[in-house]
Ligand binder design. Structure first.
Ligand SMILES: Cc1ncc(COP(=O)(O)O)c(C=O)c1O
Length: 412
């Protein structure tokens, strides 16, 4: 029954989206599978988006969607809000990159250090992946050790991914992997050989599974006892309060990485931490560590980041995260009431829809909601932006209600 419904939903998707299909076919002549960003692919071909405004997206076939994906968390501001556009335009007027230092980089660095007490000093990169790579390099250099403790299901970038069984594209550090949220297992691995513990306060790509305070607190204690560097990857969770999830938990890591929305929509990453670790990169010191990068202080990104920091206020974050909490509770209540085998996990504005049992169920709800103008990730990720309103949430819930009604035969 599920197979039949899924086949019909896919046929309908293909029939509705000829322009996206044609674009995918064209892309496949120059990129493997028409893809340059793995997370965007889904069968039979992904949509091609042509325009975004506020919380709305328009695809190549002219369909409008409410954007509940929010650029995999990076798009917290909605599409192209005026303060970001103005900041980027003003930076453009002063010249794209200036072959030297600029005033913007120091301003953005100070704004970020002020938000995160764990960052005495920081440096900019071009992606979250790169920020984590540099944080690990710093920890290895600082400790003179090689072992790095990471967690199953952790995602720290395209070359720092830890699915069950490992990944051939992950960089060859001496990683050891522990189960997430298992304090005892992690403690057993953290010892005098450990350079770093790299952890997301909530598994993001791993399904929006929050780290427990006990687990993350145990990592803090074990890192201190072993003299290892505790790195919080807050590339997603830094939106959960002005000081990120570390502020909510009251746990101060030795290093923090951020990215995504802190670049105001442009390519961005940042790693920072204790002064004694970050001082390794001070080029005034003999034997300092190098960290070059043509675009590390890109004027457009720095300007967008400063504008972004101004938008990421305590009030705005409390509102979007509060809306997310209420949304998640409502969705879970709906699934429970209709005995539909789905549940939503997450924190604040970040969440993931999970289907129990057959993976086809998640695909079916994705396709049904798309048809009804609701866009989120097929893997289940939902990330609210500031542009999402209560009416948009009501539209998502109505579409979900329709799904659980239309497909109820699958759940009985
Ligand atoms: C927790 C986490 N760390 C690191 C990254 C990598 O960031 P980027 O895609 O900017 O390289 C991501 C991206 O999704 C992420 O969610």
């Amino acid at each position: 029954m599920l197979d039949r419904m899924l086949a019909a939903a896919i046929d309908d998707y293909v029939a509705r989206n000829p322009a996206s299909r044609a674009q995918h076919d064209r892309a496949a002549t120059a990129m493997p599978g028409g893809n340059t960003r793995t997370s965007l692919f889904h069968d039979p071909f992904p949509l091609c988006m042509v325009r975004g405004q506020g919380a709305r997206l328009t695809d190549a076939d002219g369909h409008d969607y409410i954007d509940f994906l929010g650029e995999f968390t990076a798009g917290i501001f909605g599409h192209s809000p005026a303060p970001l556009k103005q900041a980027i335009a003003a930076a453009l007027d002063d010249g794209i990159n200036l072959s030297g230092h600029n005033r913007l980089e120091a301003e953005l660095a100070a704004l970020i250090c002020a938000r995160f007490p764990s960052m005495d000093l920081l440096r900019f990169t071009n992606s979250g992946t790169e920020a984590n790579l540099m944080a690990l390099a710093a920890a290895v250099a600082h400790t003179g050790r090689r072992k790095i403790v990471v967690f199953e299901g952790g995602y720290h970038g395209g070359v720092l991914v830890f699915p069950p069984g490992g990944s051939p594209v992950t960089v060859p550090h001496r990683f050891v992997t522990a189960p997430y949220n298992d304090a005892a297992a992690a403690r057993a691995l953290i010892d005098g050989d450990t350079a770093a513990i790299l952890v997301e306060p909530m598994l993001g790509a791993g399904g929006c599974l929050p780290g427990t305070p006990a687990f993350l607190g145990a990592l803090r204690e074990a890192a201190t006892a072993a003299g290892a560097v505790l790195i919080f990857d807050e590339i997603q969770t830094s939106r959960l309060s002005v000081g990120g999830q570390q502020a909510v938990l009251g746990i101060t890591p030795d290093m923090t990485t951020i990215g995504k929305f802190f670049g105001g929509g442009l390519a961005f990453g940042c790693f920072g931490g204790r002064r004694d670790i970050m001082d390794l990169f001070d080029p005034r010191r003999p034997g300092s560590l190098g960290h070059a990068g043509t675009f590390n202080n890109n004027t457009l990104t720095m300007a967008a980041g400063i504008a972004a920091a101004g938008l990421l206020t305590a009030e705005a974050l409390a509102e979007v995260n509060g809306r997310g909490e209420r949304f998640r509770v409502t969705l879970n209540a709906l699934f429970e009431k209709r005995r539909a085998p789905f549940h939503v996990t997450g924190l604040g504005s970040l969440m993931n829809l999970h289907a129990r049992g057959d993976a086809g169920l998640r695909k079916l709800i994705f396709l049904d909601l798309l048809r009804d103008g609701i866009y989120f990730a097929q893997r289940g990720l939902i990330a609210l932006s500031f542009a999402i309103t209560d009416d948009d949430i009501a539209a998502f819930i109505a579409a979900t209600d329709r799904f659980v009604t239309d497909r109820r035969v699958l759940f009985s």
